[in-house]
Design a protein around this ligand. Structure first.
Ligand code: SF4
Length: 420
């Protein structure tokens, strides 16, 4: 049995709620449907993306999005076949150009710093200029079964973040903006291409936060939509970030193809601290969303992650995903002493607004960085989260999720159950 068929037959897909919630993603992962970027590139744009300004590009994105949705729906129903890429600029190039323009007054995330990252004299909250750096790329075998499947989730791990979680378990990557290798769009496209050809079930853009690298990622996806195949030079340049054992996975040309060209589900692994235009941009390229939803509506996000307006921003973005009918898998990390103030309101909000989305209620919190009592960086103000969550706290979280009727057990408890 090949890996696509094996993925398609995983026991999790026999769970009706999970299969319904992630139906589009599964079809794209199995190459029975084209990824959204493959559809976006077939829709002609009515302006020149190289010369149009930000307002014109945003207006064009909004004009073309209903066309895109109609086309995707028709393809999904089997009413039309995927067309060839547009001869001139397409919706996909509009997205690429819009992100490039936005970089000059950056509003990629809710900090809305409006700094010019293309000619930085002043940096925003993420401390990034235009360069994107990748810490590593690999077949991630630790993601949820629907994502890791048998061959792994094709993870591209960016440095830096726009949040400041005191307990971050990737603190060396998320807080050190000079970590990793600077890679351009061609190298990112080469990474995505290679991971998919090696059998990964999706391309998992993650950090830190991928959205703060939106311009480079969209440019890479734009290349993939136009038939990019990496050459020797790109493959050589991505070598230092490939973290899998050399030779362990063998790329095969026939993998990840739809209608004769490259195909892969785009997975956005995000804190969802995003602005409306970025959500709209991502809507036409992201096949499956993997948002974190950590903090409740009180002051916990400010105190523990120095992030203002967290709850209102994340719920606003999640409500948009619900209204758009997107494939979403939400993650919630149970933290010690934060079941009442965070876990309960987060899960209650999900039950009220995204009741069918699978939720991974995660038990793996461990204190790190400023919350690690064994570290010289430990700060006493984080004492309350300087331990793992207790069994009582985890049980309370699960009991609450059960009471709310959330779809969580299949994705929260499946690690020991690959075949069933
Ligand atoms: S990505 Fe966010 S934090 Fe970084 S400069 Fe842009 S708006 Fe500011």
């Amino acid at each position: 049995m090949d890996e696509t068929r094996a993925f398609d037959q995983l026991w999790v897909w026999r769970k009706p709620r999970l299969a319904r919630a992630l139906a589009w993603y599964r079809e794209v992962a199995c190459d029975r449907m084209p990824a959204k970027f493959r559809i976006a590139v077939t829709i002609p744009a009515d302006l020149d993306p190289d010369t149009a300004d930000e307002d014109a590009l945003l207006a064009e994105l909004r004009r073309l999005t209903p066309v895109f949705l109609e086309r995707r729906d028709a393809i999904r129903r089997g009413a039309v076949a995927l067309a060839a890429p547009a001869a001139g600029p397409s919706l996909l190039e509009v997205c690429v150009a819009l992100a490039r323009r936005m970089l000059t007054r950056c509003t990629f995330c809710r900090w809305e710093c409006r700094v010019d990252r293309s000619r930085p004299s002043k940096l925003g909250a993420c401390k990034l200029e235009r360069t994107s750096r990748v810490s590593c790329a690999f077949h991630h075998q630790g993601e949820e079964l629907v994502l890791r499947g048998l061959e792994g989730s094709g993870t591209i791990f960016f440095t830096s973040c726009n949040m400041r979680c005191a307990f971050c378990q990737n603190g060396d990557i998320s807080t050190d903006k000079d970590n990793g290798e600077p890679l351009g769009a061609r190298e990112l496209a080469a990474l995505a291409w290679l991971l998919r050809k090696e059998g990964c079930h999706n391309i998992n853009w993650v950090g830190g936060e991928p959205s703060i690298h939106l311009h480079t990622i969209l440019e890479a996806i734009g290349l993939l939509g136009r038939g990019f195949t990496p050459g020797e030079a790109e493959l050589r340049r991505i070598g230092p970030v490939l973290a899998d054992r050399y030779g362990w996975y063998e790329p095969r040309a026939e993998r990840g193809r739809y209608a004769g060209a490259f195909n892969a589900p785009i997975l956005w692994n995000t804190n969802l601290y995003l602005t409306d235009p970025v959500m709209e941009l991502l809507r036409v390229v992201v096949d499956v969303w993997l948002p974190d939803f950590k903090f409740g509506p009180g002051r916990c996000a400010v105190r523990l992650a120095r992030t203002p307006r967290y709850f209102e921003t994340v719920t606003h973005c999640l409500a948009r995903l619900a209204a758009w009918g997107e494939d979403v898998l939400v993650r919630h990390l149970v933290m010690p002493e934060h079941v009442d103030c965070c876990t309960r309101p987060v899960l209650a909000w999900l039950a009220a607004h995204l009741p069918e989305a699978p939720v991974n209620i995660m038990d793996q919190y461990r204190p790190d960085m400023f919350a690690d009592p064994r570290s010289p960086r430990f700060r006493p103000e984080y004492r309350e989260i300087a331990r793992r969550p207790s069994a009582r706290e985890l049980d309370a979280a699960y009991a609450w999720a059960r009471q709310l009727g959330l779809c969580f057990e299949e994705v929260s408890f499946e690690k020991s159950r690959l075949f069933a």
